[in-house]
Ligand binder design. Structure first.
Ligand code: GLU
Length: 476
């Protein structure tokens, strides 16, 4: 089932990481097995009409852990989908949710198609049919299992899923909570699209503020001025680049995509690059950059930089190329970009790996906010925005009357402002990422034999899940 090109499959890598962390959790074997294994695997085959022909589509939904409900995780449309891959991704979702204290079990879906080969109408019928299959087996619902976007899907697909669910479950008043990542005007939430990339930025910023780690790597403290390389300019990679550049003063020096890779040590403007790609269909040929054509695109992982951000797919840094990686920090924006073999080499070379199960958890964090919004049937900030603004205004009036000084209108508007939904989402996300980083970094510091952030993150996640099972009385 796994791709023979890789010595260690994605699923095996995740299980190897689990086993490395297990002895540090203090939990007994039976409980560890329950946490480790996938609880439910649903394999689906259904026909769709493509042109004049009928195709049988292979699809999956895996629920890794039911310790909390609903289960949660994206749906991937990709030619590489297979059962093991979806199982690995569902497993990561459980740990991811535990790390950021999002009260869901982990799940993932996959449809084995190349979405760029299909017409919109065909994609719609595939998505609707897949959703119908999930409804038939009770594998979707606001209290059961809540999908979201992943590689190859986005708000458009989520809207189809919601609409299909609503058609079947008219009486479910919480139907909007059956899927997240919906368009904002269709019960979605502001800030969900950028959430994973924004979370990656907050997570990396925290990692770069750690004095001890930066000293060990011989780097200055703080993310500003660091040179970053990004593999993948999809939703996650592009927002990571834009936000790191605009809010963190990071210099993006290299970018890789399916069509090739580019490098410019003086920096690449990410917005201009995105525009260039929209116009020409390629990142190649962008001003002042050295081009590497498609056949050499993997060189992006070996570019000289401080922070390498793989933001594409799994199994990118392996036993074969890890030795050539020059970055001192790797931020795993994708799920599973480093195999367990590749990781061994990187850790020996003292590379700081900020792991996926923490770093890309911003997506599911904001999905949680969206689900809460759907269940409460109200936009965040609606009740308090105006009240907060009036309170700040009164406070400024008081300061003016006590000091005899006038505060200018511009300054007043800057200070006396109630929060919009997007402000609340961003600050909730920032708080979540900072907290989660501190938790795993402190655990690493506390446990002498836990030497890297990934093991610390696994230990933290497994312990939280274990404590749920123990509290339920399922295990002695
Ligand atoms: N697909 C995203 C992930 O891998 C988001 C999942 C979600 O929002 O439920 O984390």
């Amino acid at each position: 089932m796994s791709d023979p090109k890789f010595k260690v499959s994605f699923y095996d890598s995740v299980q190897n990481f689990f086993e490395r962390a297990a002895p540090h959790t203090g939990l007994h074997r039976g409980l560890l097995e329950q946490i480790k294994e996938c609880n439910a695997v649903y394999q689906i085959r259904f026909p769709v009409q493509v042109g004049k022909e009928y195709k049988v589509i292979e699809a999956y939904r895996v629920q890794h852990s039911h310790h909390r409900l609903p289960t949660k995780g994206g749906i991937r449309f990709s030619n590489h989908v297979n059962q093991e891959e979806v199982m690995a991704l569902a497993t990561l979702m459980s740990y991811k949710c535990a790390i950021v204290d999002v009260p869901f079990g982990g799940a993932k879906g996959g449809v084995k198609i190349n979405p760029w080969e299909y017409k919109e109408k065909e994609l719609e019928s595939i998505t609707r049919r897949y959703t119908t299959e999930l409804i038939r087996r009770n594998f979707i619902g606001p209290a059961i299992d809540v999908p979201a976007p992943d590689y190859g899907t986005g708000p458009r697909e989520m809207a189809w899923i919601y609409d299909t669910y609503r058609t079947f479950k008219e009486e479910d008043i919480d139907a909007a909570g059956c899927v997240t990542g919906k368009p904002v005007n269709l019960n979605g939430i502001q800030g969900r699209t950028e959430a994973t990339g924004r979370g990656v930025f907050y997570g990396l910023r925290e990692a770069c503020n750690n004095k001890k780690d930066m000293k060990r790597l011989g780097l200055d403290i703080g993310i500003a001025g660091k040179r970053m390389v990004i593999q993948g300019l999809g939703n996650v990679g592009s927002y990571t680049g834009l936000i790191s550049q605009n809010e963190g003063d990071v210099k993006i020096v290299g970018v890789g995509e399916a069509e090739g890779a580019i490098y410019n040590e003086n920096g690449i403007d990410v917005q201009e690059l995105i525009n260039h790609r929209k116009e020409t269909g390629s990142i190649l040929g962008f001003k002042d950059c050295k081009d590497y054509p498609k056949g050499e695109r993997d060189i992006v992982l070996e570019f000289d930089c401080d922070i390498l951000v793989p933001a594409a797919l799994e199994n990118q840094i392996t036993g074969d190329n890890a030795e050539r990686v020059k970055a001192k920090i790797i931020g795993e924006a994708a799920n599973g970009p480093i195999t367990s073999e590749g990781e061994k080499i990187l850790l020996d070379n003292d590379v700081l790996i900020v792991p996926d199960l923490f770093l890309n958890a911003g997506g599911v964090t904001v999905s949680y906010f969206e689900w809460l919004k759907n269940l409460s049937h109200m936009r965040f900030g609606r009740l308090e925005k105006r009240f907060d603004q009036n309170t700040y205004d009164r406070l400024i009036d008081l300061v003016e009357s006590k000091t005899g000084k006038t505060i200018g209108e511009q300054e007043r508007r800057f200070v006396a402002r109630g929060a919009d939904e997007v402000d609340l989402v961003r600050s909730g996300l920032e708080e979540t990422m900072i907290n989660a980083y501190q938790q795993i970094r402190e655990l690493q510091e506390r446990k002498r034999n836990v030497k890297d952030l990934r093991t610390a993150a696994f230990v933290s996640a497994i312990q939280k899940m274990g404590s749920d099972y123990l509290n339920m009385g399922v295990f002695p």
